[in-house]
Design a binder for this molecule. Structure first.
Ligand SMILES: Cc1cc2nc3c(=O)[nH]c(=O)nc-3n(C[C@H](O)[C@H](O)[C@H](O)COP(=O)(O)OP(=O)(O)OC[C@H]3O[C@@H](n4cnc5c(N)ncnc54)[C@H](O)[C@@H]3O)c2cc1C
Length: 464
């Protein structure tokens, strides 16, 4: 019998978490294997997540500006999406990104095994190609999959996931979007802007419910202004297929409403992709929904098995998956003096228009903890650069500690909030105060300059 190959670290999954763990462990001189069973390598971010969605959302934004050209005194007639060309461009861009990642995975620094893995004991995995390999350490980075919550009729009705929406080469006549989370909102606006008639049905009172009501209600208003039929605070009673599409029956404001559309988009969320790993065989504990339980070093309850990215959470974004994968690789390699991933610096961006971005502590968290803070905000519709850009939705809000004015967090909803929020990244990481930030130069007239107004207001509050 052939001897089973043994590695220092086996990464199950070659997405953002698995690839970066492998890269770091290899650089530390470890013998590493990455196992990935997908037909196409690249992971969710490159193939069906961040990159295709942002490619398409940016195109839809350009189209939106062209259709709004008369606001600027311009005549642009007949602006519309040529979906065959849009689709071809997206495919070309994504293929380039995927090729680049595939090169990095196959250049030979570590072994890449194209198969699915499942545990047969705490140190051995069986591969779908019939072989087995052993690891001193493991990093589980198997990502997430679309979940189908128990909504009456949903499982029986044909629906799109974000995968299908990101791969459209035609303009759908009408779409009902179920959900009000990030993916639902970003892609509902995309669909609406390319010309589909969009109905968004959301259970909680506000879309983007992980953000403040103040911020999410501004995105909600922008959606309604653009023509999205938005129903929040609903209770879905039935979903069914019809001859020309789907019907969704729900309660809204105490009334029973039926909406029909050609297509249904299930954007109700994702769940950890861990069911096929036979984790129990290795003794690894999960939450009921399959989320792998980890400590601050990314170790599961079986210390040589680590997990990172969407399969373990607690937040499903790429820079966290990368940071977690890298940390796990360093910890498994025995490095000392490490620091856990710092969630007090958590950065979040929603790529709607207006964008919504937060960093650090949210006001709701400060209130919950009973932490004292100072806050100040400033609206975009009173700021020179945004007025000349017709970018009037939203505000910048800054939260600071009340003694010295150390920045605790910031929330921006408005034009390019996802870029502007980075003005706070270094400041938060370096524990800067509002005075430190005000010592920096701010060019006029820029969107970024708006940040100085709440900073100055907090400086005034501190001086009183
Ligand atoms: C539409 C959409 C838009 C998004 N936009 C953003 C954004 O703008 N910014 C952001 O930060 N995040 C965004 N995300 C989230 C982001 O894409 C994920 O958080 C991130 O890609 C997760 O990385 P991962 O390494 O955990 O998993 P993945 O990248 O999904 O990698 C998992 C890998 O594991 C492999 N695998 C699974 N099971 C096995 C097995 N048993 N054996 C071997 N291999 C296996 C899979 O083939 C896959 O390649 C978006 C997500 C979606 C759906």
């Amino acid at each position: 019998m052939a001897k089973i190959k043994t590695y220092d670290l086996i990464c199950i999954g070659g997405g953002s978490a698995g690839f970066n763990a492998a890269r770091v462990a290899t650089a530390l001189g470890k013998k590493v294997a990455v196992i990935d069973g997908a037909k196409q390598l690249g992971g969710l971010c490159i193939l069906r997540g961040c990159m295709p969605s942002k490619t398409l959302i940016y195109i839809a934004e350009i189209l939106h500006h062209a259709q709004q050209a008369d606001k600027f005194g311009l005549k642009v007639t007949g602006a519309r999406a040529d979906m065959k060309a849009v689709h071809a461009r997206k495919k070309r861009i994504i293929a380039d990104f995927a090729r680049y990642r595939e090169q990095a995975l196959t250049e030979g620094k570590f072994d890449l095994i194209r198969a699915y893995a499942r545990f047969v004991d705490a140190h051995t995995v069986a591969l779908s190609d019939g072989t087995r390999i052993r690891g001193k350490n493991f990093l589980i980075g198997t990502g997430s999959k679309v979940s189908i919550p128990p909504v009456p009729g949903l499982a029986e009705t044909k629906s799109w996931t974000s995968d299908e929406v990101l791969d459209l080469d035609f303009i759908p006549k009408s779409v009902i979007v179920l959900g009000g989370g990030i993916v639902a909102c970003e892609l509902a606006q995309y669909l609406n802007r390319i010309g589909a008639e969009v109905t968004l049905i959301q259970r909680s009172e506000h879309i983007l419910r992980d953000h403040s009501d103040e911020a999410s209600s501004i995105v909600q208003r922008a959606f309604v202004d653009e023509g999205i039929a938005l129903f929040a605070g609903t209770q879905i009673q039935a979903i069914s297929s019809e001859r020309h599409g789907v019907a969704v029956t729900f309660i809204h404001d105490g009334k029973k409403i039926v909406r029909r559309a050609a297509h249904l988009f299930n954007a109700l969320g994702r769940e950890p992709n861990t069911t096929n790993l036979d984790l129990a065989t290795a003794g690894v504990k999960t939450m009921p929904d399959g989320q792998i339980l980890i400590n601050r070093w990314q170790q599961t309850n079986v210390p040589h098995i680590y997990a990172a990215g969407d399969c373990s959470g607690p937040v499903e974004v790429v820079h966290i998956a990368i940071a977690q994968g890298e940390l796990a690789a360093r910890h498994a390699s025995g490095l000392k003096g490490l620091k856990p991933v710092d969630f007090s610096l958590l950065l979040n961006v929603v790529f709607t228009d207006p964008q919504l971005a937060t960093i650090g502590l949210l006001e709701s968290e400060l209130l919950l903890r009973g932490t004292k803070y100072l806050s100040a905000s400033y609206p975009f519709n009173d700021h020179g650069k945004s007025i000349l850009m017709e970018a009037n939705y939203g505000f910048v809000k800054v939260l600071a500690e009340p003694k010295r004015g150390r920045i605790l967090g910031a929330e921006i909803v408005g034009k390019d909030a996802g870029e502007l929020i980075h003005c706070f990244s270094t400041a938060l990481a370096m524990r800067a105060t509002v005075h430190d930030m005000l010592r920096a130069p701010w060019y006029h007239p820029t969107l970024a300059e708006i940040i100085t107004y709440p900073l100055e207001e907090i400086a005034d509050q501190l001086a009183r």
